[in-house]
Design a protein around this ligand. Structure first.
Ligand SMILES: [Zn+2]
Length: 163
């Protein structure tokens, strides 16, 4: 078995285990490989493996992706910066908790996320909390338009995938 540090189109990082590098390619090409946070199948290998997030494996299940709060456009921006201080980790955990709380009232909009977020921002539809998927380009475009979006810090299973 080999492990790869993987990253989705909007910058969630996660670890995947594969029988071989060919196995990785096969899973990726057949669309079985998806981001645990947003379900995106646009997954790439990180070129190097920063140590950030290793400790998260032992932590509570609420934020398995803790430490990865930035959206990274491709090519992936990487760092080998020291581990996140405990105080900051707590803050990140807190954000994950708040996100989990707001998801209770949030509507899953899947791939329509960017359109919906825009419509809400420009008052074309009801103001409400939504979550869904989008590409890194769209995520950047939204940020440039001043629309407040952020990556979720924990995996969300799309409702359609639960059946
Ligand atoms: Zn993702």
């Amino acid at each position: 078995m080999i492990s790869y540090d993987l990253q989705c189109a909007i910058g969630h990082k996660f670890e995947g285990w594969f029988g071989s590098s060919a196995d990785f390619e096969k899973q990726k090409q057949s669309g079985f490989l998806d981001c645990p946070a947003c379900g995106s199948t646009e997954v790439v290998k990180c070129l190097s493996a920063p140590n950030i997030g290793r400790k998260a494996n032992q932590a509570e299940s609420i934020a398995p992706l803790q430490g990865e709060v930035t959206t990274a456009p491709e090519p992936a921006t990487l760092t080998n910066a020291p581990e996140i201080p405990a105080a900051m980790q707590e803050a990140i955990d807190k954000v994950a908790q708040i996100q989990a709380e707001s998801l209770k009232e949030s509507t899953w909009v899947g791939r329509k996320f960017a359109d919906e977020a825009r419509a809400i921002h420009y008052g074309e539809t009801d103001d409400r909390v939504i979550h869904g998927e989008t590409s890194s380009d769209e995520a950047e475009a939204l940020a440039e338009e001043g629309i407040r979006v952020m990556p979720l810090l924990f995996p969300v299973i799309p409702p359609e995938a639960k059946n």
